[in-house]
Design a protein around this ligand. Structure first.
Ligand code: PGA
Length: 250
């Protein structure tokens, strides 16, 4: 399966910084077009910078997506951005249910599933994030937690398998410099794969990304772990050379 290397820029950077990062990425990709044979490259800047980033990446082969969308189609929802608006400006991907949204905005699995339904109605690919906390792992409950998140945040609708990517991001590994060991990642990704296969006829075609302190130094080990079909990268996606170095390990 072709890997997906996705950068989650979170709430970082001015417009000028976003443009400069996107231009640097585009230049690095143009210098090494082989990368695009091995991996699809996606960057998810803050909403306000999307169009500037799209312009800066131009026809380099990188694509731009977003970090969230509204759970309603359109209308009186102050501050929200709808999936149809996201599609309208030419994005193909939306990250949903990132642990920072689950925590900071109390997003439940049900809300994430509802967002995914609206996103799929608008032909967006959803990257649905799941992850256990350190406490849940120390109690040995990580698979129960991930299993429940998968059951409840992936919506019940037809042809879901063609529209979703799963990102396994242990909460304790996000932005902390700690990563899950390749053995733990292999174990969890096999569990996620089995869940997807038991629910969907094409469950073996769904990409499962790993996220949480992925860096050029650990990317090779993580990306060569069975059932790891790419990465969702936060901190290291803000440095063009690091993001591309990770993509080269795909
Ligand atoms: P990190 O973030 O790479 O900085 O740990 C990953 C994420 O939150 O998606």
């Amino acid at each position: 399966m072709k890997k997906l290397i996705a950068g989650n820029w979170k709430m970082n950077g001015s417009k000028a910084e976003a443009i400069s990062l996107a231009q640097d990425l585009a230049a690095l990709v143009k210098n090494d077009l082989d990368i695009l044979q091995r991996a699809d490259l996606l960057v998810c800047p803050p909403f306000l910078h999307i169009e500037a980033v799209q312009k800066a990446i131009g026809s380099s082969g990188l694509s731009a997506g977003v970090q969230d969308c509204a759970q309603n189609s359109n209308g009186a929802h102050t501050g929200d951005i709808s999936a149809s608006m996201i599609k309208d400006i030419g994005c193909e991907y939306v990250i949903l249910g990132h642990s920072e949204r689950r925590t900071n905005h109390q997003e439940s699995d049900a809300v994430i599933a509802q967002k995914a339904i609206i996103a799929h109605e608008n032909n967006l690919m959803t990257i649905i994030c799941v992850g256990e906390t350190e406490e849940e792992r120390s109690q040995g409950r990580e698979k129960d937690v991930i299993g429940l998140q998968l059951d409840q945040s992936i919506p019940e609708e037809t042809a879901v398998e063609n529209n979703i990517v799963i990102a396994y991001e242990p909460v304790w590994a996000i932005g902390t410099g700690k990563t899950a060991s390749p053995e733990d990642v292999a174990d969890m990704h096999a569990f996620i794969r089995a869940k997807l296969e038991s629910r969907f006829t094409e469950g073996n075609t769904i990409r499962i990304l790993y996220g949480g302190s992925m860096k050029p130094e650990n990317a090779k080990a993580l990306l060569s772990t069975p059932n790891v079909d790419g990465g969702l990268i936060g901190g290291a996606s803000l440095k063009a050379d690091q993001f591309i170095a990770i993509a080269k390990e795909a």
